[in-house]
Design a protein. Structure first.
Length: 450
């Protein structure tokens, strides 16, 4: 059999993906972004072409869509749509979060699940990739409504997950409260205390120390590694951060612990700038406890102002951490950041930077960390949570954070080494994609055509 060239092979796989998944903009963007970097790996590994690895990798092993009926506080019946995409289990049980947000659809879940395969491979934790969620909007809902929704969601999902099959966790709109309700219903239906079936649990009942902080901390550790390699540091530098949820909050915390100054936070209503640096206590109170709008932060801090609409990327800083949602940092924002002297960008969110913006950063020599590497700290700590559950043990904070730090150093090292090996030193997009792909592809190859 004559094999096609890597370029021709990638082109034909991409065309097939586009035809088969037409209209799924987010998934196609994520697939394109990975495939476009893999020619050098395929040139080194023609056996991956021969075994049809890519054709199999872009097709989820299983996709579930289900009805989620629940009753609101006024007694009205509501119906949402639930999703779980079990993308690839070559390295271990499916692992990936649940997102509850009105923008969730199959394309979004597939893009996140696809990214998750590579991210999880980079952590070296032996977990496969999956993702799920619902178009349910928790904002403005009472705790009782959220609980009823979570119980209904789990009543269906319970049949599809398990500590050896598929282990969901949090994402946008799913935090400790939702994981608690989901776990409670799982335990009730199965009559089993299967702690390792969900991660992000409360630390008092099976959760891991530092899991809450892990994604944000990890994105900052990754930025620190990139800067260190270039002989630079976070200390003394200004940072812009988008979002004000789990990832953004703990990215801000770590930036400040490392001597940087985080100036901004945002939500869908706009952003705040605090020239003295974000006061985390106020931010956590406003967003985490009161679940209020971000403008409330500015109302409580004289050094801060609220900008309705607009973009945090307009604020001058040397470091940028997009930590809200996909495609939130476009070419125009990238140009503004570049004009203002940005030096490093580390993606706390998944695919927050558009392809055009990534190209601009890389073209200008900015250190750019793709989400599948930079935000891998969350899922890595989830895997550590699973290990602790299996061993019925509990690590303290220091051990948990130092393991996270070590994993982020390793993810950085593996990404950088692959960028060198495949001919573009310092291109972390190519490096992360290549290192992860080789790991997954090798496992798929050895497990036969399934
Ligand atoms: N939680 C994790 O462990 C984890 C791990 C890896 C990646 N991520 C990614 O990080 C990002 C943030 O997740 P999170 O866990 O912090 O969620 P969260 O629900 O705690 O916070 C989400 C934040 O993003 C903002 N946001 C969401 N949609 C927005 C929109 N359309 N416009 C403007 N702002 C918007 C929200 O206001 C909020 O501040 C997501 O891309 C998620 O996939 C999360």
């Amino acid at each position: 059999m004559t094999l096609p060239t890597p370029e021709a092979h990638l082109q034909s796989v991409l065309e097939a993906v586009e035809t088969r998944n037409s209209g799924e903009a987010e998934f196609l963007q994520a697939a394109r972004e990975v495939l476009e970097t893999l020619a050098p790996v395929l040139a080194e590994h023609p056996e991956f072409i021969e075994a049809g690895i890519l054709e199999r990798l872009v097709e989820p092993e299983r996709q579930l869509i289900f009805r989620v009926p629940w009753t609101d506080d006024a007694g009205r019946v509501r119906v949402n749509r639930g999703f779980r995409v079990q993308f690839n289990s070559a390295l271990g049980p499916y692992k990936g979060g649940l997102r509850f947000h009105p923008t969730v659809n199959l394309s979004v879940v597939k893009f996140l699940g696809f990214e998750q395969i590579f991210k999880n491979a980079l952590t070296s934790q032996r977990i496969g990739g999956g993702k799920g969620g619902s178009d349910f909007d928790p904002s403005g809902r009472s705790d009782a409504e959220v609980m009823r929704f979570c119980q209904s969601f789990m009543t269906e999902l319970v049949h599809r997950i398990g500590e050896h099959t598929d282990i969901p966790a949090g994402d946008i709109g799913v935090g400790a409260r939702e994981i608690g309700y989901l776990f409670g219903q799982y335990r009730r239906i199965t009559q089993r205390y299967e702690a390792g079936v969900l991660t992000g649990k409360g630390v008092g009942w099976g959760g891991a120390e530092v899991r809450t902080e892990a994604t944000g901390y990890g994105a900052v550790f990754f930025a620190e590694e990139m800067l260190l390699r270039a002989g630079e540091a976070i200390e003394g530098r200004h940072a812009v951060v988008s979002g004000s949820g789990n990832v953004a909050t703990y990215a801000i915390e770590k930036i400040q612990q490392l001597g940087g100054r985080a100036l901004t936070a945002s939500d869908s209503s706009g952003y705040i700038v605090d020239e003295e640096g974000i006061d985390l206590e106020v931010l956590k109170q406003v967003k985490g406890v009161e679940r209020a709008r971000i403008s409330e932060y500015a109302a409580r801090r004289p050094s801060a102002r609220f900008v309705a609409g607009g973009s945090v990327w307009d604020v001058p800083a040397q470091l940028a951490f997009p930590c809200a949602t996909q495609n939130e940092l476009d070419a125009e924002a990238a140009r503004t950041l570049l004009k203002n002297g940005v030096r490093a960008v580390s993606e706390g969110a998944n695919m927050p930077t558009t392809p055009e913006a990534v190209e601009l950063f890389q073209g200008a020599g900015v250190l750019f960390a793709p989400g599948k590497a930079a935000n891998a700290g969350g899922v890595a700590t989830s895997a550590l949570e699973m290990s602790q559950n299996a061993a019925r043990s509990r690590w303290d904070r220091d051990k948990s954070e130092s393991r996270l730090h070590g994993i982020m150093r390793d993810v950085h090292e593996a990404s950088y080494a692959a960028s060198e090996r495949y001919g573009r030193p310092g291109d972390y997009v190519l490096g992360a994609n290549s290192a992860a792909f080789v790991t997954v592809a090798q496992a798929m190859l050895e497990q036969g055509v399934i």
